[in-house]
Structures are given as structure tokens and as C-alpha cells.
Write a protein that binds this ligand. Structure first.
Ligand code: ADP
Ligand code: MG
Length: 248
């Protein structure tokens, strides 16, 4: 069985918007899979259905043999530690320092009291600092998160996701709040880490160039339907045209 099995996931929002129509994706280890699609095609909903930030209406998500869709609240909280999430808008806590934001990636496992008193374990602090060094923000760890640039803030988000030792990285348009050069650096960093640490990554992008440069496989979404799923090396412009209904 694949590390992640998404079977027939469907979601219609309360507003009547149909976001996903029976999507299947299976993801094996050591793979960077780009989810490509126009705005509104269902990329964010798909990523959020995996960790149930959005509850799918039907279908199953199985991560490393665990049926995520069936878990009760406390079991879900535990299972989410296996999924490192990186967001488009970074989702940092602005008033906390960079290091505190990174360390918050361990809070799921260290309990509420620790988080109230910000009493992190020494081993976690060491690990958090090593991760900050790895993603290139070690010089900024004592600054408030809101003092950093967009690219640096996304690096904090990446370190925080890695802090929880995830089995998989779920990344939603990590570069769309960044200018293209910085965005490419962030994609490069994430795909290298995914390879080096053998953590597969499902990353949504709407930029064709970024998807083809940094992924092993591309899944195309259109209107909540998967219309494409193939190795990036074999992707041609005609297939991408179908995903995008190319304007050019
Ligand atoms: P993408 O990330 O590819 O832009 P989304 O998953 O955000 O796509 O959206 C898919 C569809 O679901 C769109 O039609 C969007 O308007 C709708 N949608 C997304 N989030 C919500 C929500 N919270 N409430 C209602 N409709 C939503
Ligand atoms: Mg989105």
C-alpha cells in the first residue's frame, strides 16, 4: 500500500460550491507531487481534506495504514503530527519569536501546560535551532516573526512543519505570496529537504514552471476533477494545456 491513499474524495461546501468530485491520488515515499490547477480548481480543499481541516463529504484518506477519515478528535490530533503543513499565508504567530514559532511544531506532543509557559525541552530547542540553520534563518531566531520578509517567513513555516517529524509534507501554494525569485528559492529548499529526508511532499502550485521544475509527478485538477496524473518528465505542453485551457 502507498504511504498516502486518497480515494474518491468529494466535497461540496455549505454554500453549494462543489470543490472536489471523487478525487483519487496515491503517493509513495520519496516523491514530490505537484497539484496543478487554476484558482478555484480545488487544490486547497484537497490538501485540507487530507488532514481534515475541511471535512470531506465522502471518500477515504489513508496515511501509512491509518484511515484518517474515520478517526475521532483525539486520534486525529495525534495523526496530524504526521502531516507537516505549509501554508500560502505562512500562518505564523506574529507576536512570537521565530524560534517559538518553529518550536510550536512540537506542541501537539508536549501538552498545553508547556505551551502556556513556553517551556520547551532542551532537546527540542536544539532541534529547532538546527532546523532554523538548515532553512537559512538562524540569524533571526530571536526576532518577532512579523519582522521577517515573506521568504524568511515561509522558511519559518517550513522549519515548523519539519519540527514535528512528519511522514508527509502537505504544502498549499507556498510561493504565491512571494515574488518569483524568492518563490523559486523556497520551492528549491522544500524539494531538496523532501528528497534528503525522504519525506514525500504534496504541493499545490498554479505556476506551471515551478511545478515542472520541482516535482516528480504532476496531478492536474480542473473544477474539482482530476484530469491528469503523470510523471513530470513525460509531461508535454498539450497535457498542461488541458489543465489550464491555455490562454497562450
Ligand atoms: P484552489 O485552492 O484551487 O483555488 P479551492 O479549494 O480554494 O481551490 O476552492 C474550490 C472551490 O470551492 C471554489 O469554487 C471555491 O470558491 C470553493 N470554496 C473554497 N473554500 C470555500 C469555503 N470555505 N466555503 C465555500 N466555498 C469554498
Ligand atoms: Mg488554494
Amino acid at each position: 500500500m502507498a504511504l498516502l491513499e486518497i480515494n474518491q474524495i468529494s466535497k461540496t461546501y455549505a454554500t453549494g460550491e462543489v470543490a472536489l468530485r471523487g478525487v483519487d491520488i496515491s503517493l509513495n515515499g520519496e516523491e514530490v507531487v505537484a497539484v496543478l490547477g487554476l484558482s478555484g480548481s480545488g487544490k486547497s480543499t484537497l490538501l485540507r481534506c487530507i488532514n481534515r481541516l475541511v471535512e470531506p463529504d465522502s471518500g477515504t484518506v489513508i496515511l501509512d495504514g491509518v484511515n484518517i477519515t474515520k478517526l475521532n478528535k483525539s486520534a486525529l490530533r495525534k495523526a496530524r503530527r504526521n502531516m507537516g503543513m505549509v501554508f500560502q499565508e505562512f500562518n505564523l504567530v506574529d507576536r512570537l519569536t521565530v524560534l517559538e514559532n518553529v518550536l510550536s511544531g512540537t506542541l501537539g506532543s508536549s501538552g498545553t501546560l508547556r505551551s502556556i509557559f513556553r517551556a520547551f525541552k532542551t532537546e527540542d530547542i536544539k532541534r529547532g535551532m538546527a532546523l532554523c540553520a538548515r532553512v537559512g534563518i538562524i540569524d533571526h531566531i530571536r526576532k518577532r516573526a512579523d519582522q521577517l520578509s515573506g521568504g524568511q517567513r515561509q522558511r519559518v513555516g517550513i522549519a515548523r512543519a519539519l519540527m514535528q517529524r512528519p511522514k508527509i509534507l502537505l504544502v498549499d501554494e507556498p510561493t504565491s505570496s512571494l515574488d518569483p525569485k524568492i518563490g523559486a528559492e523556497v520551492m528549491d529548499l522544500m524539494s531538496s529537504i523532501s528528497k534528503e529526508d525522504r519525506i514525500p511532499m504534496l504541493v499545490s502550485v498554479h505556476d506551471v514552471q515551478l511545478a515542472t521544475k520541482y516535482s516528480d509527478r504532476i496531478v492536474g485538477l480542473q473544477n474539482g476533477l482530476k484530469i491528469f496524473d503523470d510523471r513530470t518528465a513525460t509531461v508535454d505542453s498539450e497535457s498542461l494545456g488541458r489543465i489550464y485551457d491555455m490562454e497562450s
